[in-house]
Design a protein around this ligand. Structure first.
Ligand code: TXA
Ligand code: MG
Length: 320
């Protein structure tokens, strides 16, 4: 194995990580959802190198990360719904898509030229320390090569991006395990663009009414990054399976009663939060065995089950 060339930082190095970002570096860091690959949101050269490291199509805009709603107000315009959601869920796994503020510090490239901007305040002490040290909004997509499974450990980040980024700060495994929920508040009804770490039911309770859903249109997705095939392991996936077929690995949910072959369970106790936290790690480790196909047990609808089902559906989609 060749030596790693990306610097590995520890939580004590949060200040240094922030300073590196402020100088235009690419630094991966933990959030409560997944590891993000950070760059200075206002530095188009840094953002361009971020797209390059990820191999990400540049029509896919990025989320600006800020320490709190105070900094978010310099980035975006909050309507009544947005205020309510930020008060209820920030810091936390909710991203708001809002009209960009005048003088928005997030560069055009990071916004893909849109008049709107995605912003969130992550609930993680290391992320907060880095954002405060950087002293500016930091764009951070999940720290994986584009189209691959999102990283929930520093090791996952290095597997995909070693040598392509300046540093990774190792803060251990992430708590939520899948990405933030994305809600657009753009004047009309608040719209759910991506299910994620905050269940839809909790958002609707905070708003006092139902979220709108975008029309599913593959060619003009409301959230441009929501291409059908995403989070893709090398193995094929077969969803809502009752049991593994010959030659398939098994990814269960609930008590693990399959005894032969390559197998794992997302949560032996059938707990959705545990299943979300383990989803990407178990997908990676089953995939690493080299199996051709993974059969996946049915995941319940509702709560975090919706975000898990969404990620599995994308991981199972035909590859473009
Ligand atoms: O939990 C998360 O959100 C993680 C951590 C690192 O914070 N980040 C993350 O970023 O998942 P990324 O880049 O993998 O996903 C961002 C999503 C994309 O689907 C993108 O299209 C959407 O946000 N997005 C960004 N700006 C948008 C905008 N102005 N309008 C609609 N969708 C937008
Ligand atoms: Mg991603």
């Amino acid at each position: 194995m060749t030596a790693r060339t990306t610097r590995e930082l520890t939580p004590e190095d949060a200040e240094e990580a922030g300073a590196l970002l402020a100088r235009g570096g690419l630094v991966a860091f933990p959030t409560e959802t997944v590891y993000g690959l950070g760059a200075d949101a206002g530095n188009a050269a840094a953002v361009a190198s971020l797209y390059g490291a990820k191999g990400r199509p540049s029509f896919n805009p990025l989320i600006a990360h800020v320490p709190s709603v105070v900094e978010a107000r310099t980035v975006a315009v909050f309507d009544v719904d947005a205020e309510r959601l930020a008060a209820a869920f920030w810091p936390g796994p909710l991203t708001l898509v809002l009209p960009a503020a005048s003088g928005c510090p997030v560069c055009e490239l990071a916004r893909s030229g849109l008049e709107t901007v995605a912003v969130r305040a992550p609930d993680h002490p290391i992320a907060e320390a880095i954002l405060r040290a950087a002293g500016r909004p930091i764009v951070a997509p999940s720290a994986n090569r584009s189209g691959r499974v999102s990283p929930t450990t520093a090791d996952h980040v290095l597997t995909d991006l070693d040598g392509l980024i300046d540093a990774v700060l190792d803060g251990g495994a992430t708590r939520v395990g899948l990405e933030s929920t994305i809600v657009a508040c753009l004047g009309g009804a608040a719209t759910l663009l991506r299910p994620g770490g905050v269940p839809r039911e909790a958002i609707e309770a905070a708003l006092g009414r139902a979220l709108a859903l975008p029309a599913e249109d593959e060619h003009a997705p409301a959230s441009p990054g929501r291409l059908a095939s995403h989070y893709a392991p090398a193995a094929a996936l077969r969803l809502d399976a009752a049991a593994p077929a010959a030659g398939e690995a098994w990814l269960g949910f609930g008590p693990d009663d399959v005894t032969d072959g390559v197998r794992d369970t997302l949560s032996a106790s059938g707990d959705l939060a545990e299943a979300a936290a383990r989803l990407f790690t178990t997908l990676r480790s089953l995939d690493a065995t080299g199996v051709a196909r993974i059969a996946v047990a049915p995941i319940p609808v509702g709560g975090l089950g919706d975000a898990i089902r969404d990620r599995l559906k994308r991981a199972a989609a035909p590859r473009g």
